[in-house]
Design a protein around this ligand. Structure first.
Ligand code: PGA
Length: 220
């Protein structure tokens, strides 16, 4: 399986999100082994989901986070039990959340457990081969902090070594993605690595044209 996941971070109004879906949707290769996921801000989720469904695009929708708590008196939080209606996957433990919102490994483990309870696939971001991976997680993204948003991607061979280490720790069934300054020029070098199963893409996912180019690289 190859995962191509767009992490829009805190970008795109509903109108901009729908434009992007309309442009990218028709370019998604019909390869059975490819999963394309778009992770917009919370405010865009419902409309993005509806547009994908009504257009019949082969695209999954994910969130960029979710609450470590169940539904209840947690102002500002997005409970997995509510999100499950619009998302199939949640990015958890991104380094920007660890740094700017003091997310700890314990909080990330609680989020994973909420996600799993409601059949949302947790995609846990790890910053190295030693970052804790909560029980039951089958999909992780290796995203070294120096590579995020800097234009300075990691060496694909180093990402491959980290992927091997993570699989050694968590089991060979673990799928490991790479993220950090991925673009249409370097995507292929990461996808060629034996132990990498896809890409988590921030900056280069924002422009529909560049994202379509990455999809073209994937489909060969
Ligand atoms: P980037 O972000 O592609 O802009 O480096 C990736 C990420 O943070 O997921």
């Amino acid at each position: 399986m190859i995962w191509i996941i767009a992490n829009w971070k805190s970008h795109k109004s509903v109108a901009e999100a729908l434009d992007w879906i309309g442009l990218v949707g028709p370019h998604i290769p019909t390869n059975e082994n490819l999963k394309v996921v778009v992770c917009p801000p919370f405010t865009d989720l419902a409309e993005v989901k509806t547009k994908i469904l009504t257009s019949g695009f082969k695209m999954m929708v994910g969130s960029q986070d979710l609450s470590p708590f169940p539904e209840g008196a947690y102002t500002g939080e997005e409970a997995a039990s509510i999100l499950k209606d619009v998302v199939e996957l949640a990015i958890l433990g991104h380094s920007e959340r660890r740094k700017n919102f003091n997310e700890t490994d314990e909080m990330i483990a609680a989020k994973v457990s909420e996600a799993r309870e409601y059949n949302i696939l947790p995609l846990v971001c790890v910053q190295s081969g030693d970052t804790p991976v909560p029980e039951g997680v089958r999909l992780v993204a290796y995203e070294p902090v120096f590579a995020i948003g800097t234009g300075n991607a990691d060496d694909p061979a180093e990402a491959e070594d980290v992927a091997k280490k993570l699989k050694g720790r968590c089991g060979q069934e673990l799928e490991v993605l790479y993220g950090g300054s991925v673009n249409s020029e370097n995507a292929q070098a990461f996808l060629k690595q034996e132990n990498l199963s896809g890409l988590l893409i921030g900056t280069a996912s924002l422009e529909a044209d560049e994202f379509i180019k990455i999809l073209e690289v994937v489909s060969g």
